[in-house]
Every structure is written in structure tokens, then in C-alpha cells.
Design a protein around this ligand. Structure first.
Ligand code: SF4
Length: 444
């Protein structure tokens, strides 16, 4: 008798962190449902509660530890009969240490073993033993045909895992391993399948998508793959994240210019505006080279929307280094920026080699000052968009406005306008006003 089907086992997966984790949760959910498990978003009713974890910053891990403590407390103090498991980056970052810290934790699954989650859950339930599976090999994102996608019109499409860059502040190379690209034939088949199922919008995922396919001899690098996907009939909107400045090449910018399906939103992490700090971060480029890339991108793709990541308070960051970052933000005028205070990640070269010597008060001051500057720039740029017309993909009906729909522009802006279009429909909308970060407009 199949233990799973017999017991109608409910499984919850709480997702922390990035889009890659969101996809891994969708894949694990689809594979679990294929085995007869029921997915639930209510962790309190789950027979199996899985946390899909993130290690990118201390704060992210603290949230997971809090949740894990509570789940394990419910088991030890109240005898709750629930299987508790961890997947995602903390599995790789802490490995068996999680078992020592949480005696009620039942399994640990690595970032390359998402496809093995159903097998591990079944093993824990039938053998009543703890299991840890952390494999270095393999892509870990096979079986995409079973992915239980959250949205009906948009799909995350990982094209690779891991990262071969070793930025000194970053935990990803440790938790996601070396770069492995998915063969272009498989990616194209996956996107064609999605198109056949009515998907109109896809986002290609990778820690550094620009180095896609370098292990293959078929000449299909990221620009070539992106072009082929953008030319699949029925796929209307193609986005991608994340790029590395030293691998973002003019050929890629030309492919974006020449293919209307590709969105004009380009995420290009800068991290710091100071050359000595960029060197210490091992970013493989200096500020002039970064400015040159921005200039090439803006001249090749008019109206492109550039966003970035910034870290303040990196070890050794002087007031002068910080001023260089502030000037870079004011000079480049990004459309958006994710700005974080440096937090030492155990297991990274920076944590092992550099003292975290910037005072927290300086980190906080620099962080909030840059956030204010970027807010002002983003507001100014958004205000300048009022009166302009944009192609929009409809995402849903507006829950707060009768007879209104909500859509996304090709520069990844949310817009609300009167209409009865269906999800996935595309129309031209003229922006009339801006309320916080949401545009309001009318069809033209
Ligand atoms: S390129 Fe990105 S993912 Fe890779 S090590 Fe650097 S910051 Fe981390």
C-alpha cells in the first residue's frame, strides 16, 4: 500500500529569499503533488512543514531560525505530529549543524536536490529516521514539466544554477555551487511547453545569466538563447535576472534592442562606487568600466530602465569610498536600487579575511542617506513618465477598482487602467498619474 496516497499527507513550503527559491518551491510542490501529496499554504495544518531558506544576509537567516525554533518547539512541547524539513541555501551553509541545533528537525535537502524532496519525505515518514541529502553534482532543476506554477500567465525559468564568480561578500558560490547551465534545447522545449499552456511572460533566472552556456561548444551563449526565446510565437514578454557587469556585452544589448518581446529592464549590480572597494569585493571591474557599460546599454537600448544593488559599510569602507558610491548613484541615476548594509556571511572570503570594521551607526547613516537619494531619483524619473505611452501585459483584475485591470509595462512598472481585458492580453496605455509606485492610465 502506498503510504503517501493512504494518508493524504498535507505539505506546506514556506519560501524565503530570491526568485530562484520561489522556483524551487514551485518545482518541489509539483513533484510532491505528482506523488499524491496535498500542498497547503497553512503551515498549522501541515503534516510536513518545509522551510525553503535563504542565506544572503544575516536578517534572512534570523527569520528562518525563528520559524524553525517555533516548529520544533511545537513538536517537543506540544507533541505536534509534523515532519519538519529544510531546503535552500541554509542547508548548504550549515549542513548537519542544523540537526545539532534542532533535534526535532527531520530532513535537510540541498540546493541541487530539489528533485529529490518527495523521495526524502517518503523515506522520513516510512523509516522514521532523519535524512540529509546534499549533492554537489547535477543541475537540480530538472523535471520542469511538473513545476506547479504560482501564476497563470508568468513563469520563472531557471537557465542555470550556481556561480563561478567569487565576490568576497557573497555566500552564493558556497550555497549554490559552481555554474551549470541547462542545455539550450531543454530551455527552448520548456518555454515552448509553457507557451502551449498559455503562458505569455517568462523570467529567465540565474545568479549571473550572462555567463550562460560557456561550458557548451554549440555557440549558444546568453545573447543567442535570449534571442531564440524572444522569437517563440506567443511568448510576449521575456525578462531575465541577474547580470554581472563584466559579462554584460554589447551583443546582448543589441539582442534586447532588436527583439520587442524582451523587457527594457536591466538589473546591473554595482555594489560600490569606489575602485578600492570594488577590488576588495573581487567584482572584476572598476567604476569607469561600469560607467562604460551603462553608457553602451543606454545608447543601444533607448529608454532602458536600469536597476542595481549597492552594499554600504563593506570592510574598510572609508567616508571617501562612501562618497564615491553616493556620487555614482547621483551620476548614473538608476531607476531603482536595492541598498543593503554589509553583513558578514560566515564562509565567505570577506568574513574570513576582513574585519567587519565599519561602525553600525555609519552603516545605518550611509544606508538611509542612499535610500533617500535613490527615492528622490526614482520619483523624479517616474514623474517624467507621466504622459508617455507603454505596451502593457495584463496581469489581473484590480481588486480595489471595479472595471479596472492591473498590468506590467516593458520597463517592469505596475499600471492600473480601466478595462475588461483578460490576463495575458496586451494593450497600449497612456500614463496619466502616479500614486506611490503605481501608475494609473488609459488605453490608447
Ligand atoms: S556574481 Fe552575484 S551570485 Fe555570483 S558571487 Fe558575485 S554577487 Fe554572488
Amino acid at each position: 500500500m502506498d503510504i503517501v496516497k493512504e494518508k493524504n499527507i498535507k505539505v506546506s513550503i514556506k519560501t524565503f529569499g530570491c526568485q530562484m527559491n520561489e522556483y524551487d518551491t514551485e518545482l518541489a510542490s509539483g513533484l510532491l503533488m505528482k506523488q499524491g501529496y496535498q500542498m497547503t499554504s497553512d503551515e498549522t495544518e501541515a503534516d510536513v512543514a518545509i522551510l525553503n531558506t535563504c542565506s544572503v544576509r544575516e536578517h534572512a537567516e534570523t527569520r528562518v531560525f525563528g520559524r524553525l525554533s517555533r516548529l520544533c518547539f511545537e513538536k517537543s512541547k506540544f507533541g505536534r505530529n509534523v515532519v519538519v524539513g529544510v531546503m535552500g541555501c541554509m542547508s548548504e551553509n550549515y549542513k548537519g549543524e542544523l540537526f545539532e541545533r534542532y533535534p526535532q528537525l527531520d530532513f535537510i535537502v540541498g540546493t541541487r536536490n530539489v528533485k529529490d524532496v518527495p523521495r526524502i519525505v517518503k523515506q522520513v515518514i516510512s523509516d522514521k529516521k532523519r535524512v540529509m541529502l546534499l549533492e554537489e553534482e547535477g543541475l537540480g532543476i530538472e523535471f520542469s514539466e511538473f513545476t506547479q506554477r504560482k501564476h497563470a500567465y508568468h513563469a520563472w525559468v531557471p537557465i542555470m544554477t550556481g556561480c563561478d564568480k567569487v565576490c568576497t561578500f557573497c555566500i552564493v558560490p558556497k550555497t549554490r555551487g559552481a555554474e551549470i547551465s541547462k542545455p539550450s534545447k531543454d530551455v527552448i522545449e520548456e518555454v515552448t511547453r509553457l507557451r502551449d499552456r498559455g503562458y505569455k511572460s517568462i523570467t529567465l533566472l540565474g545568479q549571473n545569466v550572462n555567463s550562460y552556456g560557456k561550458e557548451f561548444a554549440d555557440g549558444v551563449g546568453f545573447p543567442q538563447l535570449l534571442e531564440r526565446l524572444a522569437q517563440i510565437d506567443g511568448i510576449e514578454m521575456v525578462s531575465f535576472t541577474t547580470s554581472h557587469p563584466s559579462d554584460a556585452i554589447p551583443e546582448l544589448f543589441e539582442v534586447i534592442r532588436d527583439n520587442p518581446a524582451i523587457t527594457r529592464r536591466f538589473h546591473l549590480p554595482l555594489q560600490s562606487g569606489s575602485d578600492p572597494i570594488l577590488k576588495k569585493m573581487k567584482r572584476h571591474h572598476n567604476m569607469d568600466q561600469y560607467l562604460e557599460k551603462v553608457e553602451q546599454l543606454r545608447s543601444t537600448v533607448p529608454g532602458v530602465d536600469i536597476t542595481t544593488d549597492i552594499i554600504v559599510g563593506f570592510p574598510g569602507e572609508t567616508e571617501e569610498d562612501y562618497q564615491a558610491t553616493k556620487e555614482a548613484l547621483q551620476k548614473i541615476e538608476f531607476d531603482g536600487a536595492y541598498i543593503y548594509k554589509y553583513s558578514a556571511r560566515p564562509g565567505t572570503p570577506a568574513a574570513e579575511n576582513f574585519e567587519d570594521d565599519v561602525a553600525l551607526s555609519d552603516k545605518k547613516r550611509r544606508n538611509s542617506e542612499l535610500l533617500d537619494i535613490q527615492d528622490w531619483i526614482s520619483q523624479k524619473k517616474n514623474q517624467n513618465r507621466i504622459g508617455s505611452t507603454h505596451k502593457v501585459l495584463v496581469e489581473r483584475k484590480n481588486s480595489r477598482g471595479e472595471g479596472e485591470v492591473v498590468g506590467r509595462t516593458w520597463i517592469d512598472k505596475k499600471i492600473v487602467f480601466p478595462g475588461t481585458e483578460a490576463v495575458g492580453d496586451i494593450c497600449e496605455v497612456k500614463i496619466q498619474k502616479l500614486v506611490n509606485d503605481t501608475f494609473f492610465g488609459v488605453k490608447v
